[in-house]
Design a protein around this ligand. Structure first.
Ligand code: PLP
Length: 411
């Protein structure tokens, strides 16, 4: 095989052999994600195809990203049309898609005068939010046990897992973690020195953990009483994933800062930090920046995603499909299934034994992409266009997958 990178990439995509690609991966890509489980070469709708031509039902959507599935025609035509017209300009200049998407996202947060800082990822959206909180004149941040907000030094500082944090300490300081979902603990931790409380409305990476009803409302009351900002991280939950545009808005909560990414671009990298009123004024000229953030191609992808979700009634569909999935999995009455939690199409199947990784591997062998964010939780975040028949095809094989995984785990 040639060493020329362009030719190499062509050879790899045309080689139809996973082994060749995986060998080159091991030689050339940093090992941050562990060995890849498959080599995917094509996607369409809710399906992916591997290098050997085998088809998989994608029930994970690239970690809650491909809201409209793969190769959606509206995203495709919006992106190709934009890139053929104007692919990029620096942020010294404005473009119509950027401005249109900013206005649309501002409306989504329900604020009177929200404004947006565009990024390329959820981590960067949170990084921008973190900087805003510092400019509010206080440093103390309250975050939650189990929280995941990204892995840059700032986002890591508010991410709870010791495994992710410890190798990189010291991280930006003055962060206190409180138990997630416990409004009294939050109330005890927030004081007049608190800059912000940062919360996921559902903790996705922690295994799709849903806080008690009223928690976000209490968080709003507590922060307001102390002049602290409420920063809601909807990177995983936002843009229709749970059957609402935003989880906290569906509960009538108005945040000061909302961060978004994942589903917004359907795979095109884009993130957004949306701040409300005077909070949006804190990042002034020179305070922050991004070369690619707000790029017109990413912005048009975001606009296309939002338009299709609206046009095709995908919020209601996500709610309906989510409920269908819960009823079907519950209906199995399998002893290894404890419960199904989450909202819309962000779901965690809680197992009664720590065999989720083995079930996820068995699912892949059977042609279904899911993942295991915790040893006892399977996560499903299918495209919002998924059909009940597609979900049923997974539920039909689930008992066999559970039994096989239990067997492997005990042998
Ligand atoms: C709630 C939440 N915030 C932030 C992030 C980081 O986003 P990204 O991986 O796009 O940087 C994630 C990623 O899983 C997330 O789930």
């Amino acid at each position: 095989m040639t060493a020329d990178p362009m030719i190499l990439s062509r050879e790899l995509s045309g080689s139809a052999s996973s082994d060749v690609v995986l060998e080159a991966y091991a030689d050339s890509v940093m090992n941050t994600f562990g060995p890849p489980k498959r080599v995917f070469v094509r996607g369409e709708g809710c399906y992916l195809w591997d290098a050997e031509g085998r088809r998989y039902l994608d029930l994970l959507s690239g970690l809650a990203v491909n809201a409209l599935g793969h190769a959606h025609p509206s995203v495709l035509s919006a992106v190709t049309g934009q890139i053929a017209t104007l692919g990029h300009v620096s942020n010294f200049f404005a473009t119509p898609p950027q401005v249109a998407l900013a206005a649309r996202l501002s409306r989504m947060t329900g604020a009177d005068e929200a404004r947006v800082f565009f990024t390329n990822s959820g981590t960067e959206a949170n990084e921008a939010a973190f900087k805003i909180t510092r400019l509010a004149g206080r440093t103390k941040i309250i975050a939650c046990e189990g929280a995941f907000h990204g892995r840059s030094m700032g986002a890591l500082a508010i991410t709870h897992s010791a495994k992710y944090r410890e190798p990189f300490e010291p991280l930006p300081g003055d962060v206190t973690f409180v138990p997630y979902g416990d409004a009294d603990a939050l109330s005890a931790a927030v004081d007049d020195h608190t800059a912000a409380v940062v919360l996921e409305p559902i903790q996705g990476e922690n295994g799709v953990v849903v806080p008690p009803h009223g928690y976000l409302t209490r968080a709003r009351e507590i922060t307001a009483a102390h002049g602290a900002l409420l920063w809601i991280d909807e990177v995983q939950t936002g843009v229709g994933r749970t059957g609402d545009w935003l989880v906290h808005r569906a509960q009538g909560v108005q945040a000061d800062i909302v961060t978004l990414a994942k589903g917004l671009g359907n795979g095109f990298p884009i993130g957004a930090c949306v701040a409300n009123g005077a909070t949006a004024d804190l990042l002034g000229p020179g305070a922050h920046g991004s070369t690619f953030g707000g790029n017109p191609v990413a912005a048009i992808a975001g606009l296309a995603v939002l338009a299709v979700i609206e046009r095709d009634g995908l919020l209601a569909h996500a709610t309906e499909m989510g409920e269908h999935l819960v009823a079907s999995v519950d209906g199995l009455g399998h002893p290894l299934v404890g419960s199904v939690r989450g909202r819309g199409l962000l779901r965690g199947i809680v197992l009664t034994a720590p065999i989720a990784a083995a079930v996820s591997d068995a699912a892949l062998d059977a042609g279904f992409v899911i993942n295991a964010p915790r040893p006892d939780v399977l996560r499903l975040a299918p495209p919002l266009i998924v059909t009940s028949a597609q979900l049923d095809s997974f539920v039909a094989v689930l008992p066999g997958l559970l039994d096989r995984a239990a067997e492997v785990s005990t042998s």
